[in-house]
Write a protein that binds this ligand. Structure first.
Ligand code: FAD
Length: 222
């Protein structure tokens, strides 16, 4: 498999960075090809603007999706956006590694989605969900939290994690056509001791060693 890991954490020695390097090492050892987009290390600009494009459709009024359609026709995506789209298109499996920030994606990763999920190129023209342009590929969220596991059960003080992840798993990944694998969640790594953190990394590696045969989950419209 070709695997793309997108890492969104500002600290190279963070637990998230360790999750990403564990994934890369394990998948390579299993014979897969791994490419990592380390967004902070790359200084990825998450702000959508005319800088998304080298082409111009309407110089008077910026409508991003119209510019995306035009850029798709003329090959007009900016090099840093084109490079990320190409990596995503080439991946059989995409893993997003991130800390949960304000019940969502860190801004740098949300901005990566804003710029890389582009109308005409990766979705649109009737190609969404089951007919999405990215169908046939799989994606997986690997995240960490500050809060403990019970806080993310239904009825817990933060509420059901599945509901928190639904805008990402349904609104972004399934919308593009990805088959979504169950999220990998490490609750509260900063509160854990060394042995618990090592156990979490080992569990992640064990799962990844067999990831090729894993079945997707339903991310429905509930
Ligand atoms: P780190 O603090 O980087 O790492 C934890 C520990 O693991 C460190 O001691 C590190 O040295 C150690 N470590 C690293 N690598 C290894 C290794 N290989 N082996 C063993 N130990 C290792 N939390 C929520 O639950 N909900 C929220 O909505 C939320 N919103 C937030 C918003 C913001 C803006 C911020 C900054 C935080 C928020 N948090 C929230 C907390 C956040 O989710 C956690 O702080 C984060 O998930 C912890 O992961 P980390 O990689 O940053 O941990």
């Amino acid at each position: 498999m070709n695997v793309l890991i997108v890492l969104a954490h500002p600290e190279p020695r963070s637990f998230n960075a360790s999750m990403a390097s564990t994934a890369a090492r394990t998948l390579r050892a299993a014979g897969h090809t791994v490419v990592t987009s380390d967004l902070y290390a790359a200084g990825f600009d998450p702000v959508s603007s005319r800088r998304n494009f080298t082409s111009i459709h309407d110089p008077e009024y910026l409508k991003l999706q119209a510019e995306e359609l035009h850029a798709t026709e003329v090959g007009g995506f900016a090099p840093e956006v084109e490079a990320e789209i190409a990596k995503m298109e080439a991946a059989d499996l995409m893993v997003w590694q991130f800390p949960l920030w304000w019940f969502g994606l860190p801004a740098i990763l949300k901005g990566w989605v804003d710029r890389v999920f582009a109308m005409g190129r990766t979705y649109g023209g009737g190609h969404i969900y089951e007919t999405g342009k990215i169908r046939g590929r799989r994606a997986l969220l690997s995240l960490t939290t500050g809060g403990p596991a019970p806080a993310y059960q239904p009825g817990g003080f933060n509420g059901d994690l599945d509901a928190i992840l639904r805008p990402i798993q349904r609104g972004m990944l399934a919308f593009e056509g990805f088959s979504v694998l169950a999220p990998q969640v490490v609750f509260g790594p900063a509160r854990a001791d060394e042995a618990q953190r090592k156990a979490s990394l080992d569990a992640w590696a064990r799962r990844l060693a067999a990831i090729e045969s894993e079945a997707p989950i339903e991310v429905g419209t509930y």
